[in-house]
Design a binder for this molecule. Sequence first.
Ligand SMILES: [Fe+2]
Length: 469
Amino acid sequence: MAKMGTSSRVAAAIVVVLGFVLSLAVVCNGGKTSSFVRKVEKTVDMPLDSDVFKVPPGYNAPQQVHITQGDQLGKALIVSWVTVEEPGSNTVLYWSAYSKKQKSEGKVTTYKFYNYTSGYIHHTTIRNLKFNTKYYYVVGIGHTERQFWFITPPEVGPDVPYTFGLIGDLGQSFDSNKTLTHYELNPQKGQAVLFVGDLSYADNYPNHDNVRWDTWGRFTERSVAYQPWIWTAGNHEIDFAPELGETKPFKPYTHRYHVPYKASGSTAPFWYSVKRASAYIIVLSSYSAYGKYTPQYKWLEQELPKVNRSETPWLIVLMHSPWYNSYNYHYMEGETMRVMYEPWFVKYKVDVVFAGHVHAYERSERISNVAYNIVNGICIPVKDQSAPVYITIGDGGNLEGLATNMTEPQPAYSAYREASFGHATFDIKNRTHAYYGWHRNQDGYAVTVDSMWFFNRYYHPVDDSTSAQ
Ligand SMILES: [Fe+2]
């Protein structure tokens, strides 16, 4: 073997030192902050006479039709709609190519909010549906009927492929409309939406003008009447307005959007779980008590051990306020909930956590920050292959505009961040692999700006990081 000369020894030393400096740089600085430049336009709500808000024609025609999963397994569906002139029928007529027409009867409710009185809000649960079947359904029986359809999910099982859409903080601006259109035209074809909170932003209007809840219902109908959206409550659902005499939190939201919380043993509609295909989805509430001994805490403590990963390998958590967020907006708002629940997420190997609230996009590495105990000073997130990836997808496009201001330097845990409006899809292939892609509204429908192959934490817990290391 040839001996190294002095000059080559020096060169080797330089390479070693350089390598060390470079590796330090990787540790100290985070992933990628997008350099994408967008047109600076103000985000404004669509006016009330926009075509997307059009009231369907006909006397007492059902409007704001929306569906969501109605049980824990996906064999039931909640159909909701609003009639304006009179209560009308609560009946949903439904059928598939293989079954005769059947009827399901629901209930009607109304509410008042300050000087606003709602229309007649109908909720009807259809049960005992067959898996993986296209059904047609009709609402508005008696006067003006309207027909829609949906496809039930496949039976729950470990290798069942399924594609979820991800939308958050949608609102009803011109940008919101672009986001929804991009989701609808995405060739990845989401089969159900995981919605991470902040629906209508009606509370940004004087007196929380609930007419904007109605317009939002009509705007989103073109998607949510045909595929279920799984709801998470955000801060814009609270509608707590003591100055208006409105002191019951979540009043418009809970009257308009029902979820199957009782099916998962929850005692309130703000935290619950559903199984869908090969995924187990846990919805949490950033705006309900979550400290020790609270109903949400006790429920989650019982809930996590129930998740059978050999039945549903993919464990997904939805919440509104992110735990990891390197923007200068809503900074640390999720911190208290993180302190309470993060050790459980690591213990139970949650695959991914989706949150909204910050009006931008960010994806984290698999990291945890559970070592801190007040006195030891260990308070920096570390890479952790048992931890979830945290994704902030509050970029639906509401009137409050984009969060563009980021903390610098980008923290090591942050893999990718960009202040653009968009949506994502989480495409489960089998028990080991899922393809995740984020789409920005300025691009063509098929373009994914940020993507990642997720390796399942239970069946394939190897490093799926997208960073160089
Ligand atoms: Fe929010």
